[in-house]
Write a new protein. Structure first.
Lengths: 238, 255
């Protein structure tokens, strides 16, 4: 269903989306969206709840039907970090068994766990007994199996304490460097966009803006995106 | 040991073990509930088999398939939860069966009878169980991923329709065999109770599948043994034995 293009040297695009339209149960969820992602970029898709962000990620994955064009560069391997996995706790399963489902053997799993800051003793822990922060790390690690070069990340819970000094975003920034990743990230959290990404697409069913966060996220744009009540929009450095 | 007892044991052990193993996949996403109505829906098929004198499982099988198709269609057509839909299918199945099932044969249809199986039946049962076990083992990782999240499975390029088809096929065969052992009313228990007991005690998938399969086997074995000693019907005894294991598992359950 998804199509691919050959990367050439002068444009290092990794994804081209053109006139994308997505309808679910007859309702228009995404309307006429076009943009391009360059290799190594961190792109955030910003929008309020119910703006079609998750639908958009699933469409990029090839899970949902769409009209228009989605073209990935040939050779792209996608890792997907879902927002939640509510059913996983119904299954008694160790961390290493969860990774084996994706074809990762013990050694690869150990290496990736280390990369996300978890020690080997997590291999035999039961998934259902992990804290939400640990589980979030496990999901990121799971997406890294098979060495993807693109990571699709659905709305990491920003408040979550994943342990230590690290936030999920410093972890992602670190992984991006180590694994040479292009990251597409869905969020409704403005501070994430400023801190972490170099390209933003604002979406509330229709595309509202796109470009470098500091250039395109004006008060006017944000009011259009979130409604009139947005007063605070400039990013505070902590 | 007489041959009849031995044949019953063979059937019981194979069906019980395979049902337990398959049940570990079904407990996630409440599929175990679906096995109940599927079992009940086989009642008209069992009734036909009893009236015309052919194999009970053979009569049950087309009705399980019909049940799966109906539930699947209902799910596509309406937004009702699948449990509610299965209840509709279930009640209709029981109602149809009792329109024409001779009442003196109702017991066999409702609670099964594995103690009269022939050598041929035992061999076919063993082969079918072996096949189902092998297929379930093959599709286990994929179905587990689909159970966790269909989106993730699709992103991993798993052909969800194909695997669901094999999975439902396996369920259909086990339900059809199960009705012979414990009857249309109790079939769901074969895929649910040993599995619940196993889940209480397991830290990982390996323990979970091993324990569920073992509880299925041991329950069938003990149930048939107690029948031999007491003369109470074997089907209910098998189910009660596994319920006993479940109670024990509650004591050892952590947290």
């Amino acid at each position: 269903m998804l199509s691919f293009f050959n990367m050439n040297n002068n444009s290092n695009s990794i994804l081209k989306v053109k006139n994308l339209n997505v309808k679910l149960d007859g309702e228009e969820v995404i309307k006429d969206l076009s943009f391009e992602v360059k290799e190594g970029n961190v792109l955030t898709i910003l929008g309020p709840n119910g703006a079609g962000k998750t639908v958009f990620l699933k469409t990029l994955l090839g899970v949902l039907p769409y009209q228009g064009e989605i073209k990935w560069a040939r050779g792209v391997k996608i890792g997907y970090v879902p927002q939640r996995l509510p059913f996983i706790k119904d299954i008694p399963m160790s961390v290493s068994e969860f990774f084996k489902l994706k074809g990762a053997w013990q050694e690869e799993t150990k290496e990736i766990l280390n990369l996300v800051g978890l020690r080997e003793n997590f291999l035999n822990k039961k998934i259902g007994e992990l804290s939400s922060g640990q589980f979030q790390r496990i999901l990121v690690a799971w997406a890294l199996v098979k060495n993807p070069n693109v990571l699709l990340f659905d709305e990491p819970t920003t408040g979550i304490d994943i342990g230590g000094e690290e936030t999920i975003y410093t972890l992602l920034a670190k992984l991006k460097e180590k694994r040479n990743l292009t990251i597409l990230l869905v969020t409704h959290d403005l501070s994430v966009v400023y801190k972490f990404s170099n390209f933003v697409v604002c979406l509330n069913k229709c595309p509202i803006c796109q470009g470098k966060p500091k250039e395109v996220l004006t008060l006017e744009v944000l009011q259009k995106l979130y409604g009139e009540e947005v007063k605070f929009y400039k990013h505070h450095r902590h | 040991m007489n041959l009849q007892f031995f044949l019953s044991l063979i059937c019981g052990i194979f069906i019980g073990g395979t049902a337990g193993y398959l049940g570990t996949l079904m407990l996630a996403k409440r599929m175990a509930l679906v096995a109940g109505p599927l079992g009940h829906l086989t009642l008209p098929g069992i009734a036909l088999a009893l009236i015309y004198g052919f194999d009970v499982s053979l009569g049950a099988f087309p009705f399980v398939i019909l049940g799966i198709v109906l539930i699947w269609l209902f799910e596509m057509r309406t937004k009702l939860p699948i449990e509610a839909l299965t209840a509709i299918v279930f009640a209709s199945g029981v109602a149809i069966a009792f329109l024409f099932l001779p009442i003196e044969q109702a017991e066999m249809a409702l609670i099964g009878d594995i103690t009269k199986v022939s050598l041929r039946e035992a061999i076919i049962t063993a082969i079918l169980c072996f096949l189902v076990f092998f297929i379930v083992k093959k599709i286990y990782p994929q179905i587990t991923l689909i159970n966790i999240s269909e989106d993730i499975a699709k992103a991993e390029k798993i052909n969800v329709k194909k695997y669901n088809f094999l999975y439902l096929g396996a369920i259909a065969v086990i339900v059809a065999l199960g009705v012979k052992m414990v009857g249309g009313l109790l079939t769901a228990a074969l895929v649910a109770i040993p599995v619940c007991a196993a889940r209480n005690l397991s830290k990982n998938l390996f323990q979970y599948t091993l324990l569920a399969t073992s509880f299925g086997i041991i329950s069938a074995f003990l149930g048939i043994l107690i029948f031999e000693l007491t003369g109470f019907p074997a089907g209910p005894l098998i189910i009660l034995t596994s319920a006993f294991f479940f109670l024990i598992s509650l004591i050892f359950k952590k947290r």
